[in-house]
Design a protein around this ligand. Structure first.
Ligand code: C2E
Ligand code: CA
Ligand code: CA
Length: 663
């Protein structure tokens, strides 16, 4: 539908009102005119009546001249009559007012009897007639008195009124129009126009309006705009602030750092990014609940705010991860000052439910432009440094270095090599013989894992086992090892290698995994007859000692034997040695390497093993001299290059046959 402006609409309405009023005025005018006409007619009627009476008394057909002057004067006294004419039965004019003398007399036919004057219209009739009876010698004669109307004068009388009324109507209409327009403009058109602009641009609120509805619209618009503004502010806050601590969030931090990068670049300045992470926050959260965890995070935020300078930027970017940007760093010692302040402040214990909690933080620092030219790199490098601080015992800080980065890069690369190796089956077990010293026969072997990478070649476990333990990747790798070892035991069944015991190495992370026991149970076939042996180092047992002992008993119950690997390098506490159901002690290679100095220890270890009724294996035996000594000391078995390096299974089988045939 076509829209109409309120201005045009108002004009239309006003015009209709004015037109309506004009119609009323016209009607009024018509009535006035009728009254005037009636008056004129009454006047004419009485004039005619007078004339009739006068003529009845004084009319004598032959002596009109006697009354002519009187008839003339009647004309002068009544302006509505333009002439009087008297005609006889033969239409002969006996008298006519001087005005008409010599002119064409009026036609009698156009005259109306005076008796019909009231029904007639003065505009249509030009004359009226009166019939005059005159008796001459008792004979009646009819004369006609024609009274001509002064149409000009009459219409003047009638229209004079009309003009007057018309003038008043026009003037009134005009005044009404203007008044209505001004009124509507002031109280409706302008307020509406103002409201419209206000609703569109919401810039300035218009002044209060007189009309209640407009005022309420204006008021509600004002309220809506106010609410929108607060909501906008809140939204902005939400988008830039961390709701829990009120510090900046990652979004805002990113844009702020980008600005700092631009200005630092221009002014050749340095700035630092501090990556802070609460130590053991997960434990705190789990033990005292998330609600109190939040209280701690808030407290940390307050501490950070207090410890930094005014134009430093504190932010929270994750659960317990905080960032502080320190712009304009001239001396790196300033960074250490800030770190020390944070450390001191953080150290004050927090009281929650009357219990005090102490938290510590590990921090990593990266510097612009040395450690990165964009925010993401700087953040990543600060994170790497922070991890190093955690590795080195937490509650500390580290600056990012290239070496750290290389280590991380190496780890990342190794991580992808490991997961690919799992997917594409690039692991292989090599076997190193364990030789019975008395009989000089291979009686057992240790499975040692190798990663055969298409680019890097054979990668030794020293390079990837610690990393796999750190990343948890050791769990799937460990599962593969158990399966591969069991497959090997099964393959050697019904061959000369059938009697051989096979050892696998199991790390602490694997042993702590809930599924480890299940994996062993799933491979129960290889477990029978003590074919499988598990080598563990002492370090594996340090944490949760009692639980581990229980687990080891369960493992033993499956038919698996246990060897204590690298014995002598760890705690070697004899008290716990008794509690663990080990079958074999492996003397660490380092003792054999420098045998001369370690003879006492070697003797001692062999003695302990004998006391505890354990078998002894010497690791890393490379020379005949070493072997001779061990034989002398009644060590039962040896393992080392003197017999063989760890070999792939086929080569190991050949070695086994050759070696055992030879001796
Ligand atoms: P480990 O259990 O002490 O294994 C003995 C290591 O000494 C092996 O190194 C072996 O090749 C080496 N070795 C044996 N005899 C001699 C010798 O006469 N001279 C010298 N120089 N070295 C000798 P490898 O295979 O590189 O294994 C290193 C370590 O990696 C192992 O130490 C073990 O802790 C770990 N590892 C190897 N395979 C596995 C595995 O399948 N699972 C787990 N969890 N760890 C493994
Ligand atoms: Ca071992
Ligand atoms: Ca060892």
């Amino acid at each position: 539908m076509k829209t109409l402006s309120i201005q045009k609409f108002s004009i239309l309405v006003i015009t209709i009102i004015v037109a309506f009023l004009a119609v009323i005025f016209y009607d009024f005018y018509l009535k006035e005119r009728q009254i005037t006409e009636k008056l004129i007619k009454t006047n004419l009627q009485s004039a005619a009546l007078n004339l009739n009476q006068f003529l009845r008394k004084n009319f004598q057909p032959g002596q009109i001249g006697n009354i002519a002057s009187q008839l003339d004067s009647r004309l002068v006294s009544n302006k509505t009559i333009s002439f009087i004419q008297i005609i006889d039965e033969h239409n002969k004019t006996l008298y006519a007012t001087p005005l008409y003398t010599g002119k064409n007399y009026i036609d009698k036919k156009s005259c109306l009897p005076i008796t019909k004057i009231m029904q007639s219209s003065l505009e249509k009739v030009s004359c009226y007639e009166i019939n005059l009876q005159y008796y001459n010698k008792l004979q009646a004669h009819t004369y006609h008195v024609l009274i001509g109307l002064n149409s000009q004068y009459i219409s003047q009388l009638l229209t004079q009124e009309a003009k007057h009324l018309m003038g008043i109507t026009l003037l009134f209409s005009l005044i009404l129009f203007v008044f209505l327009y001004i009124f509507l403009k002031k109280y409706i058109i302008l307020p509406l126009e103002n409201l419209r602009t206000y609703a569109y641009y919401s810039e300035y609120s218009p002044q209060n309006f007189l009309i209640k509805e407009f005022e309420s619209i204006r008021y509600s618009l004002e309220m809506t705009f106010r609410r929108l503004k607060t909501e906008q502010k809140n939204l902005y806050k939400l988008s830039t602030q961390d709701p829990l601590t009120g510090l900046y969030n990652r979004n805002d931090l990113t844009s702020q750092v980008e600005r700092i990068i631009t200005s630092s670049k221009r002014n050749n300045k340095k700035f630092a990014i501090l990556f802070l992470d609460l130590d053991n926050f997960k434990n705190i959260n789990d033990s005292i609940g998330h609600h109190f965890g939040d209280i701690i995070l808030k407290k940390v935020a307050t501490v950070l705010r207090l410890a930094i300078r005014e134009n430093d930027i504190p932010a929270r970017i994750g659960g317990d991860e905080f960032i502080i940007v320190l712009p304009d760093i001239e001396d790196e010692r300033n960074i250490v000052d800030v770190i020390k302040r944070i450390k001191e402040q953080i150290a004050t214990p927090i009281l929650i439910n009357n219990e005090s909690y102490s938290v510590t933080m590990s921090m990593g620092v990266s510097l612009y432009p040395k450690d990165g030219k964009d925010f993401n790199t700087l953040l990543k490098h600060a994170d790497i440094a922070m991890y190093k601080a955690k590795e080195l015992g937490k509650n500390n800080y580290q600056f990012f270095t290239d070496r750290l980065n290389k280590n991380v890069q190496r780890k990342i690369k190794m991580h992808s090599i490991l997961s690919e190796a799992l997917t594409y089956g690039r692991f292989e077990l090599f076997y190193q013989p364990k030789v019975d010293i008395t009989t000089n026969k291979i009686v057992a072997c240790e499975a040692l894992i190798r990663l055969i990478d298409p680019h890097e070649g054979i990668i030794s476990p020293d390079k990837f086992i610690p990393l796999a333990e750190e990343s948890g990747m050791i769990i799937p790798i460990g599962e593969w090892i158990v399966q591969a070892a069991c497959k090997q035991i099964a393959a050697w069944k019904n061959t000369p290698l059938e009697t051989m015991q096979l050892s696998i190495n199991v790390s602490g992370v694997q042993l702590a995994d809930k599924n480890f026991m299940k994996i062993l149970q799933e491979n129960s076939a290889c477990v029978e007859n003590s074919k499988l042996d598990i080598e563990l180092t002492e370090s594996v047992l340090i944490q949760n000692f009692d639980e581990k002992i229980a687990l080891l008993h369960e493992i033993k119950a499956l038919g698996i034997t246990l060897s204590l690997d690298d014995f002598g390098t760890g705690y070697s506490s004899l008290s716990y040695l008794r509690k663990i159901p080990f079958d074999t002690l492996k003397i660490d290679k380092s003792f054999i390497d420098s045998m001369q100095e370690n003879k006492i220890f070697i003797n001692m270890i062999i003695g302990i093993a004998k006391d505890l009724n354990l078998k002894v294996v010497a690791e890393g035996v490379e020379t005949q001299e070493q072997l001779d000594y061990l034989k002398n000391m009644q060590c039962e078995m040896f393992q080392g290059y003197l017999c063989s390096k760890p070999l792939p299974s086929k080569e190991f089988e050949t070695l086994f046959k050759d070696y055992n045939k030879r001796s």
